[in-house]
Design a protein around this ligand. Structure first.
Ligand code: NAD
Length: 389
C-alpha cells in the first residue's frame, strides 16, 4: 500500500456542446475579461469560423483585438509579437482560439506578458514554474477548433526555441484556462490530414498516459475511455467531416487525453518532439508514425495492460490484436507507415540520427516511458520508423 502515492489535478470548467460558442460574451463576463485579445492562426483567420465568432463579440459590443501571427509549432518571435499587441491594446485577458498552436501561444501571451524573466525560465522542469509572478498572469478562455492536443484543459504551452531547435514545454498552474468552450461545430472544417493527425494525437496522449508507470487510476480510467472513443469515432470524423456526433466524441477524447497525461507521456512523444522541432512536421501525425514502433518496443512491460485495454475496446487478440488495430486505424486515416512518407526527401545521416536520439532521451516525456529510453533504444526506434520495420 505504501506505493499508492499520487497527486491528481483536474481540469477547468468546460462548456461542452454544439453551438455553445454563442456563450462567449457570457464567459467573458464570468471571467472578468473586459478587453480580450483574440489569438488565432493565419489559416483559421481567413475561415468563416473566425468571422462568425468575431461577429458574436461585435454584437455584444465587446472591445477586442486580434492577433493571428501564430505559425504551426509556434516560435518565440510569435510570442514576442503577441505580447507587444497585448500590451499596446491594454488587454486584460486572452481568448485562445484554434488548434494547439494558437491555444498554446494565446495561453503563453497571457502568461508571459507580465513576467520579467525569459519564457525559457519557466520550462516544465522541477519547480521552475514557482519563479513566475503568479499575480501577473492574465485570465485565459480557450476555444479549441481541432480535436487532439487537449491544450484547452492543460497547464502547459509548447513553444519551439529556434536557437536550439528544441520544443520546450512551459508549465504553470495558471496556464490552465479559466473556462473552455468546446463546441464541436467549430471543428467540422478541419481537412482530412489535420483530422487524422490531431485525432491520433489524442490517441497518443491516452495511450502513453495509460502505459506510463505510476499510481493514477483516475487518469487510467479516463485514458481507456478516450481510446475507445478514438477507435469508434476518428474513422467516422475522417470519412465525413460533418458528422457532428463523431466530431463531438473526438473533442471529448482530446480533452481526456490531456487530462490523463498528467500521469506521464512516453517515447512516442520523446521522439516526436525533436523530429517536429527539426523538420516542422505536424505533431499528431509524427506521433502517429512512431506509435506502432514504440508499442512493440514497450511490449514486455505493458502486454497485460494492453490486453485489458483491448478487451475494453472490443478488440480481440490481446496485445497483438491491439497492435494490429493501430496499424489498421493508421491505414484508414492515410497515416504514412514510415517517416519518409511524412518528410519528403528525408535523408538523415548518422550525425542527425544521433542528435535526435540525444534529444529524445533528455526530453521531459522520456521518463514516462514504461521501459527506460536509452540512446541506443531511441536510435533503434528512429531507424525502425525510417525503414518502416
Ligand atoms: P495546429 O494548431 O498547428 O493547426 C494545424 C492547422 O490546422 C493550421 O493550419 C490551422 O489553421 C488548421 N486548423 C485548425 N482548426 C481548423 C478548423 N476547424 N478548420 C480548418 N482548419 C483548421 O494543430 P494542432 O495539432 O491542433 O496543434 C499542434 C500544436 O500543439 C503543436 O505545436 C504541438 O506541439 C502542440 N501541442 C500542445 C500540447 C499541450 O499540452 N499544450 C499537447 C500536444 C501538442
Amino acid at each position: 500500500m505504501s506505493k499508492l502515492i499520487s497527486k491528481w489535478n483536474y481540469p477547468t470548467t468546460v462548456r461542452f456542446g454544439a453551438g455553445r460558442i454563442k456563450e462567449l460574451p457570457e464567459v467573458l463576463a464570468a471571467t472578468g475579461i473586459k478587453r480580450p485579445l483574440f489569438v488565432t492562426d493565419p489559416g483559421l483567420a481567413k475561415l468563416p469560423v473566425v468571422a462568425s465568432t468575431l461577429k458574436i463579440l461585435d454584437d455584444a459590443k465587446v472591445p477586442y483585438g486580434v492577433f493571428s501571427e501564430v505559425r504551426p509549432n509556434p516560435v518565440e518571435s510569435n510570442l514576442t509579437a503577441g505580447i507587444a499587441v497585448f500590451k499596446k491594446g491594454k488587454h486584460d485577458g486572452v481568448i485562445a482560439f484554434g488548434g494547439g498552436s494558437a491555444l498554446d501561444l494565446g495561453k503563453l501571451i497571457a502568461f508571459q506578458a507580465g513576467q520579467t524573466r525569459p519564457v525559457w525560465d519557466f520550462e516544465d522542469v522541477g519547480d521552475w514554474w514557482t519563479r513566475a509572478n503568479s499575480d501577473a498572469i492574465a485570465p485565459i478562455i480557450a476555444v479549441p477548433t481541432t480535436a487532439g492536443t487537449g491544450s484547452e484543459v492543460g497547464r502547459a504551452g509548447v513553444i519551439t526555441n529556434e536557437e536550439t531547435h528544441t520544443k520546450k514545454v512551459i508549465f504553470h498552474p495558471k496556464l490552465l484556462p479559466a473556462i473552455v468552450i468546446a463546441d464541436p461545430e467549430l471543428s467540422v472544417g478541419m481537412p482530412g490530414f489535420i483530422t487524422a493527425g490531431t485525432g491520433m494525437d489524442a490517441l497518443a496522449h491516452c495511450l502513453e498516459a495509460y502505459c506510463a508507470p505510476g499510481y493514477h487510476p483516475m487518469a487510467d480510467g479516463i485514458a481507456v475511455e478516450g481510446i475507445r472513443l478514438v477507435f469508434e469515432n476518428l474513422p467516422k470524423a475522417f470519412a465525413n467531416g460533418k458528422d457532428l456526433v463523431a466530431r463531438a466524441h473526438m473533442m471529448s477524447a482530446a480533452a481526456m487525453g490531456a487530462t490523463a497525461f498528467q500521469k506521464g507521456l512516453g517515447a512516442i512523444h520523446s521522439l516526436s518532439h525533436p523530429v517536429g522541432a527539426l523538420y516542422d512536421t505536424h505533431h499528431g501525425m509524427t506521433n502517429a508514425v512512431f506509435m506502432p514502433y514504440v508499442l512493440a518496443f514497450n511490449r514486455d512491460s505493458i502486454e497485460e495492460r494492453i490486453a485489458r485495454l483491448a478487451a475494453y475496446c472490443g478488440i480481440k487478440g490481446g496485445f497483438d490484436g491491439f497492435a494490429k488495430a493501430i496499424i489498421k486505424l493508421r491505414k484508414e486515416l492515410k497515416v504514412p507507415h514510415a517517416l519518409p512518407g511524412l518528410i519528403k526527401g528525408l535523408d538523415m545521416d548518422k550525425k542527425r540520427k544521433a542528435l535526435i536520439a540525444d534529444m529524445a532521451v533528455v526530453d521531459p516525456t522520456a521518463g514516462g516511458n514504461p521501459v527506460k529510453l536509452t540512446k541506443k533504444a531511441a536510435l533503434t526506434l528512429l531507424e525502425n520508423a525510417i525503414a518502416g520495420t
